[in-house]
Every structure is written in C-alpha cells, then in structure tokens.
Write a new protein. Structure first.
Length: 151
C-alpha cells in the first residue's frame, strides 16, 4: 500500500508547481528548456567559461548548505539545498555521491557538476571519489518498523 505524504511543504510545492508553468520568481515569464532559454544558456556559458579558464573537468560542492532533515521532522528541519541551483537550470550533468555523515549521523552528499555531454568524465570522477572514500553505508532495511516508521 502506498503511503501518501503528510508534509504540508510537499503539498504546497506540488500545488504551486501544478498551477504555474513559468519561472519561480515570475510565473508570467515562461521557463523554457536549457538549449533555447537565453538566461539558462548564458548561465551555462558563464560556468563553462570559468571551467575553461581554470582547466577544470568538474566543479565539486556540497549537495546541501544545511544538514539534511529527518523524514519524520521534515517540515521543521528542512532548510533548503543547493543541488538544484546549477544543473537543473543549465542542463549540465551532475552526480551526487556520499561524502560522510553529520554529527547526528545523517548522510551528507557531494555534487560533481560537469560540462555538457561530458557524462563519461563526470561518472569517472564521481565513481573514483566514492570508491576512494568509502563513505557510502548500506542502509539496514531489515529493521522492524516502529509506529509505521523505520528507526
């Protein structure tokens, strides 16, 4: 049986997105694709120009500015993330890999952003980091649910 979300945040976002097809800040301006939208193309070109000037294959940054929210405290603890800032707007490929855990043992991620159509290089970098650091922990899915939630 599928469990429906009780998060007011999620409900508000879904409703807002269903009602608006334009840009977040001004729904009257259409949000076009990453190949024809002049704002998105300019953003991507600025990023790739900096990558060219520094001879970078990727830009690496934390997936979150803030600690992740616990599922059962999502509304109170969710403070936003930054992994939706560049890649979705520019069309550039990005991968997130584990980079360790917070003091409260919540997972933290590292995002690798690459150039357009350079997925092979990006996959190699992200995979090498993941294998070299071994930060990923396999979750224990065998725990018995408590009050409908996993511990």
């Amino acid at each position: 049986m599928k469990q429906r979300s009780t998060s007011e945040f999620a409900k508000e976002r879904l409703l807002r997105n269903a009602e608006h097809t334009g840009r977040w800040e001004d729904s009257e301006i259409p949000c076009l694709d990453a190949y024809t939208d002049t704002r998105r193309v300019a953003f991507r070109e600025a990023i790739e120009n900096v990558m060219d000037s520094l001879e970078l294959d990727a830009i690496v940054y934390p997936s979150w500015n803030n600690p992740p929210a616990r599922i059962d405290h999502f509304q109170e603890e969710y403070l936003g993330d930054n992994n939706q800032v560049i890649s979705p707007h520019t069309g550039q490929p990005a991968f997130t890999v584990p980079m360790g855990f917070t003091a409260k043992n919540l997972p933290a991620g590292l995002q690798f952003l690459g150039r357009m159509y350079d997925e092979a290089i990006l996959i190699g970098l992200a995979y090498s980091y993941e294998q070299g650091t071994k930060h990923r922990k396999t979750p224990n899915l065998q725990k018995a649910p408590t009050n409908g939630k996993l511990d």
